[in-house]
Write a protein that binds this ligand. Structure first.
Ligand code: SF4
Ligand code: SF4
Ligand code: SF4
Length: 253
């Protein structure tokens, strides 16, 4: 048996090979391939004259619908390549607003921005042929980033929480479900009632509410923020603007 294996794994010297073996066998393979690829279609295609049909859920460069974006910056925070930033635009119907700009040269087309977008304003498009002569041409400002929408371009990744998984439940939660939504926590002892959080919230989920107490210095009613968790999109903008760091996010999972 060992002898047999040794025989099979030992290369023969060129001199020991018969001409038929090193010329004839090679030519046989060449002609067989030539005939096969002439009669049958090859596996490769003549790109760019031919292209493959892409599925509708193909993840190419991101695209946006400016009207449904709420400027929450969640796409900016999630982007692993840090290629999104919020820039001001002067839109004919929306007025002066901030919307995402994407550096497509750095985008790895992961689709996380579309997945995290609470309003599905950010989508993935089938565009992947993005070559340009300058780097600046690959900076897609909000106007250039716009793209038509189709159902397959919207990214939703339903999730099952770890506790549900342990208990054997398989029903999943879509984006926005309370079971998977991070919520804002307030440390009211630190709050100075400046209302910056409620002014910043892009969805109006924070209401400055009368606590029934009076400020001993100004003799005015003390107001504290109250959060509407159903409206909140967990963007953390209120946490970022609070001057006394009295807000934090409570992670759902
Ligand atoms: S697809 Fe991924 S890498 Fe590209 S902009 Fe969106 S989050 Fe960033
Ligand atoms: S996550 Fe969506 S809604 Fe928020 S800024 Fe980005 S595109 Fe706009
Ligand atoms: S309450 Fe805070 S985290 Fe929630 S949407 Fe408003 S700013 Fe964002």
């Amino acid at each position: 048996m060992a002898e047999e294996i040794k025989k099979r794994t030992t290369y023969l010297s060129r001199g020991a090979l018969k001409p038929r073996a090193y010329v004839g066998d090679g030519l046989k393979v060449t002609f067989r391939t030539l005939v096969r690829t002439t009669i049958h279609r090859p596996n490769t295609i003549q790109y760019p004259w031919e292209t493959l049909v892409k599925p509708e859920c193909y993840r190419g460069r991101p695209g946006i619908t400016l009207e449904t974006c709420i400027a929450c910056s969640k796409c900016v925070k999630i982007c692993p390549n840090k290629c999104i930033e919020m820039v001001p635009i002067d839109h004919p119907t929306l007025g002066k607003v901030k919307r995402p700009q994407v550096n497509v040269a750095r985008c790895m087309m992961c689709g996380y921005c579309a997945e995290v977008c609470p309003t599905d304003a950010m989508i993935v498009t089938p565009e992947f042929e993005l070559a340009a002569y300058t780097r600046s041409a690959l900076m897609y400002d909000p106007i250039k980033l716009q793209h038509e929408r189709k159902p397959g371009y919207i990214v939703h990744s339903p999730m099952v929480t770890p506790s549900e998984m342990k208990s054997g439940r398989t029903d999943s939660h879509d984006k926005g479900d309370m079971a998977i939504k991070d919520t804002v926590q307030l440390d009211s002892r630190k709050c100075i009632s400046c209302a910056r959080c409620s002014k910043t919230c892009p969805v109006g989920a924070i209401t400055m509410t009368d606590t029934g107490e009076l400020n001993p210095k100004t003799n005015k009613p003390v107001k504290k923020p109250v959060f509407d968790d159903n409206k909140c999109v967990s963007c953390e903008q209120c946490v970022d603007v609070c001057p006394k760091s009295c807000l934090s996010m409570k992670e759902a999972m």
